[in-house]
Design a protein around this ligand. Structure first.
Ligand code: HEM
Ligand code: HEM
Length: 228
């Protein structure tokens, strides 16, 4: 793509190419994988499946879809991890951490605004400071999710990969604890996602910078009010 199409000036506004293809691709693959994992995981945790014949293989199919989505999820995380070092400045791992950023981009300023306690919209070009906190926390929950998930997977299959990814925890944790942590983390992710979508919609309206559009086409509209 040429530099012209990456940054275009339209009147007083500027279109800037912020989210590169791998960032958008991994975002939507993760959304699809997490949705499939949550639906199938919920049904595995509390089965209400009515099958007429054992050949229906209903629970086995749910488990298969869960594992398939689990592998897709981990592969997508690995691609995003690589892109945190190979991608543009907005994709960089430095932008995913809120530390050492100016006051205008501080987490408390962002929080005040989201809680209707005054302040201004963040007008950030890349991730906001609070967005950075969200992504740090979600990374930790992702790690808990796939390590406990692979530990459970290693119970029925013993490949070295599953052992490496989480099977090692059996020497210190009982099955019920691992299942409980895996299950409860799902609610942590669902809670974080609800907040994330609410904030994305709220900021999109307040900043009028095509924030939601940007996670589809990569472009944000800069209006000259950007503070960080
Ligand atoms: C966002 C990601 C994920 C969510 C929301 C999720 C959700 C769940 C839930 C709710 C359960 C039921 C736990 C219970 O017994 O109460 C479960 C079971 C399980 N999950 Fe996940 N999971 C995720 C990722 C993964 C990953 C990455 C793997 C690894 C491949 C995995 C493998 C498993 C296995 C093997 C079980 C046990 C199935 C059984 O008992 O037959 N999960 N998951
Ligand atoms: C399972 C659901 C979702 C999860 C786990 C999730 C997670 C994330 C993560 C981790 C990022 C950072 C992207 C990166 O740097 O790689 C992000 C960015 C973004 N997401 Fe989502 N997302 C979800 C759903 C959605 C939905 C449905 C929307 C649209 C309404 C959305 C809008 C955005 C936007 C606009 C950004 C970029 C701006 C920002 O920095 O916040 N997300 N999301």
């Amino acid at each position: 793509m040429s530099a012209n199409t990456m940054n275009e000036k339209i009147g007083s506004q500027r279109r800037v190419y912020v989210w590169e293809f791998p960032v958008r691709l991994t975002h939507w693959v993760n959304v699809a994988a997490i949705t499939a994992l949550s639906v199938t995981g919920f049904m595995i945790g509390g089965p209400h499946v009515h099958s007429v014949h054992t050949e229906d293989f209903a629970m086995g199919m749910l488990r298969f879809i869960h594992l398939l989505a689990g592998y897709v999820f981990v592969a997508s995380l690995l691609v995003r991890l690589y892109w945190a070092f190979a991608g543009n400045d907005f994709a960089s791992w430095r932008h995913l951490f809120p530390f050492g950023r100016p006051k205008a981009c501080s987490v408390s300023e962002n929080l005040k605004y989201y809680l209707f306690m005054g302040g201004q919209p963040p007008f950030a070009v890349g991730h906001t400071a609070l967005g950075g906190v969200f992504y740090c926390v979600i990374c930790v929950v992702y790690i808990v999710m796939f390590t406990t998930g692979f530990a459970l997977h290693q119970q029925s299959i013993y490949p070295a990969f599953a052992k490496f990814m989480g099977g090692w925890m059996w020497c210190s944790l009982p099955l019920q604890t691992v299942k409980l942590v895996h299950h409860v983390s799902m609610y942590a992710i669902i809670g974080a996602v609800v907040m994330h979508i609410y904030i994305a919609m709220y900021l999109d309206r307040a900043e009028k910078n095509s924030l939601i559009g940007s996670i589809f086409d990569g472009y944000k509209i800069l209006t000259g009010r950007e503070r960080c």
